[in-house]
Design a protein around this ligand. Structure first.
Ligand code: ZN
Length: 274
C-alpha cells in the first residue's frame, strides 16, 4: 500500500495530478457540490458546515485529483470551521510527525453579506460565494500537496506553478471582504474593471451592489447622536444594533447606521504555518 511518506520527490506521481481544462472541471465541481451538499445550492449558501467543506474537498478530489486524497491522504486530512479567522479565508497546518493536515475555513469571512460574489480569489473571478469556497479549498490543498512532495510551505514560485498546474490559479491572494477591511470599490466597479460595463457579470454585480451596504456583526459603523458623529463596531443585531465604542455600549436602530468602508486590503490566503 502506498503511504503519504513515500510520495516525497516522486515527481512522476505529482505530474499525474496536473489538470487540463481547469475551467470545465471547476464547473463540474460546482455541479457536484450544489447537488450533494447540505447547505449549498444555486452556487450560494448562508450556512456552512464541516460536511459542506468535506463535500467540496471530495468533489475537487474526484474531478481534479483522480481520488488522490481519498486513496493516499485519507483520514489524515482534518477539517474545521473557524469563527476567529478574520484575515485569512483559509489555512492549512501540518503535523510533521504524523503527516496529518488540518484545513481551516473562515466561516466569518465566507458568510459576510458582502462576500456573496464579485471579487477575485487566486486571480480568478468569483461570481458566487461557492466559486470562492472552491478556490480557497483548492489553494489549501495545493499547500498540502506541496508539503507531501517537497516538504515545503509558503507562496514561492514553485508553489505558484504547482497551484497553476493543479487548478489553473494565477495568484495566491484573494480580494474578499474581511470583517474590518471592506473594499472601497463596489462589486460593480470591480467587475466592470475586469469585464467592461456591458457584460452579464456586470449586471449581476449591479444587483449585488444594491445590497452591499447591509450592516453585519463585526462591521465598523457610524451614526449621529446629539450633533456628534460616533464610530464603533457592531457586536450584536436584534431590533437595534449593539455598537461598541471604547468601554461603552450603544443601542442604535439599524437604519440609523452607516457602514464605514475601509481601504482595500489584499489578504494572503494563508501561510502554511501562519
Ligand atoms: Zn497560501
Amino acid at each position: 500500500m502506498t503511504r503519504i511518506q513515500d510520495q516525497y520527490k516522486d515527481t512522476k506521481k505529482l505530474w499525474d495530478l496536473y489538470s487540463e481544462n481547469t475551467q470545465e472541471k471547476f464547473t463540474q465541481v460546482k455541479d457536484i457540490v450544489n447537488e450533494a451538499s447540505k447547505n449549498i445550492s444555486d452556487n450560494a449558501f448562508t450556512r456552512l458546515s464541516v460536511v459542506d467543506v468535506r463535500c467540496v474537498i471530495d468533489a475537487i478530489d474526484k474531478v481534479y485529483l483522480g481520488g488522490y486524497i481519498k486513496d493516499i491522504v485519507g483520514t489524515n486530512l482534518l477539517v474545521e470551521l473557524s469563527n476567529r479567522m478574520t484575515s485569512s479565508a483559509g489555512s492549512i497546518r501540518t503535523n510533521i510527525t504524523f503527516y496529518t493536515f488540518l484545513l481551516k475555513i473562515s466561516k466569518i469571512i465566507f458568510l459576510l453579506p458582502e462576500n456573496r460574489g464579485g471579487y477575485t480569489v487566486n486571480g480568478l473571478f468569483c461570481q458566487h460565494r461557492l466559486d470562492a469556497l472552491i478556490s480557497v479549498v483548492q489553494h489549501e490543498l495545493a499547500h498540502m500537496i506541496d508539503y507531501i512532495f517537497f516538504f515545503s510551505s509558503g507562496h514561492g514560485s514553485r508553489f505558484k506553478g504547482l497551484a497553476h498546474n493543479l487548478f489553473g490559479h494565477i495568484t495566491a491572494s484573494h480580494e474578499m471582504h474581511t470583517p474590518n477591511s471592506l473594499r472601497l470599490s463596489t462589486p460593480k466597479e470591480v467587475v466592470a474593471k475586469m469585464f467592461g460595463n456591458d457584460s452579464p457579470y456586470t449586471t449581476a454585480a449591479n444587483k449585488m451592489a444594491t445590497t452591499s451596504s447591509r450592516i453585519y456583526v463585526g462591521a465598523t459603523v457610524s451614526f449621529k447622536h446629539g450633533g456628534t458623529t460616533h464610530q464603533g463596531e457592531v457586536k450584536r443585531i436584534t431590533k437595534r444594533a449593539t455598537v461598541i465604542i471604547g468601554p461603552k455600549k450603544w443601542y442604535v436602530p439599524v437604519k440609523m447606521l452607516t457602514l464605514v468602508t475601509k481601504k482595500i486590503i489584499k489578504v494572503k490566503l494563508a501561510n502554511l504555518n501562519g
